[in-house]
Design a protein around this ligand. Structure first.
Ligand code: GTR
Length: 332
């Protein structure tokens, strides 16, 4: 009987030891945590360069424990579909324009209203103020963690049909917009026909005449080769739409609070790198498009365009009108 108990104890003890040893082994050789970031642009584009910098900082600051793999070129899907996947944790991070994000968090429309910012500096002052942080934090109930902002210049119209010099020139043109209700309203307010469509489909849609044009900044007009099929570019600069990096709240909740802090800080610290890369590439894009012989027209004065878009402001909810007023007051 006694012997039986001793044997049983021995068996239990050895089992306990090997269990403990198993755990210790797991901790020592633990694999890095690998997280995925979806990006619509190609590897050389300045936002993607900003993503790589973010990933590099996270890996460095966690001594390789956390690896963020960047998937450029829409490998994981187009923006709207990617945002949905981030929401339910199938993709851990993405860098997107706030236009498609506003379908999930409508308050973001207040940050992409036409002619909202007086200058690029004004936009940065807003995003770096408590308003910017309030917006980043506001995403949690929608299942996202807002991390940081990237530059995206100003968006302007381009098309394959005619130069646009006045609002009347836009009449009836079929213009692709992002999958965003605000952008549909903006193009309709100018008398054009808005066609929401994923970014990756725009080139062939212009080429085959399904649409007449689209709107975007210099870098996207160039990197997508849209400038080859839509030769008229009017610098009306109707919007400045910040880019944003978001994390899946489900993915972040699985990490320690220390790691969450490292990720948040690394994202903020990648901003300066992207902003510089943006300025450099904007120049490269502009020079290349001009060298290609495209017809570029800069609006001498945007007041006609601005007046045509006033109904979009009138249609905002009283709460968003207050946010717009706060944004406008920054730096005044
Ligand atoms: C670009 C932006 C992309 C995407 C694209 C579009 O400026 O960087 O994230 O939103 O515009 O028009 O779909």
């Amino acid at each position: 009987m006694k012997r039986g108990i001793v044997v049983l104890l021995l068996v239990l003890l050895t089992a306990g030891f090997s269990f403990a040893a198993g755990n210790a082994e797991k901790e020592v050789s633990s694999e890095p945590i690998v997280l995925r970031l979806a990006e619509t642009h190609g590897a050389d584009y300045p936002t993607t360069q900003g993503d790589y910098e973010f990933a590099r900082l996270v890996e460095e600051r966690t001594n390789g424990r956390i690896k963020i793999e960047v998937y450029p070129g829409s490998q994981l899907g187009e923006e709207r579909a990617v945002i949905e996947q981030v929401q339910f944790g199938a993709i851990d991070f993405t860098r997107v324009s706030i236009s498609p994000l506003a379908a999930f968090a409508p308050d973001f429309n207040a940050l992409q209203m036409p002619y909202l910012y007086r200058s690029p500096e004004h936009m940065w002052e807003v995003l770096n103020s408590p308003i910017g942080d309030e917006f980043l934090n506001s995403l949690e109930p929608s299942g996202f963690v807002g991390l940081s902002w990237f530059d995206s210049g100003a968006r302007s119209f381009y098309n394959s049909v005619r130069p646009i010099k006045t609002v009347a020139d836009l009449a009836g043109l079929k213009i692709r917009v992002q999958e965003s209700a605000l952008m549909v309203g903006l193009v309709e307010a100018l008398g054009a026909v808005a066609t929401p469509m994923p970014f990756g489909e725009v080139y062939s849609a212009i080429q085959t005449g399904v649409i007449d044009g689209a709107e975007n900044n210099w870098p996207s007009y160039y990197s997508t080769s849209h400038y080859e099929v839509a030769g008229f570019y009017t610098l009306d600069e109707h919007t400045r739409v910040p880019e944003i990096t978001i994390a899946s709240k489900m993915s972040m909740d699985k990490l320690s609070s220390e790691d969450q802090k490292i990720i948040k800080q690394a994202a903020k610290d990648s901003m300066a790198f992207q902003i510089k890369a943006w300025a450099d590439y904007e120049k490269v894009a502009e020079d290349a498009v001009i060298a290609n012989g495209n017809e570029i027209y800069r609006l001498p004065d945007n007041s006609e365009f601005q007046a045509a878009m006033q109904p979009l402001y009138d249609a905002l909810s009283p709460d968003l009108q207050k946010v717009v007023a706060k944004v406008r007051a920054v730096g005044k």
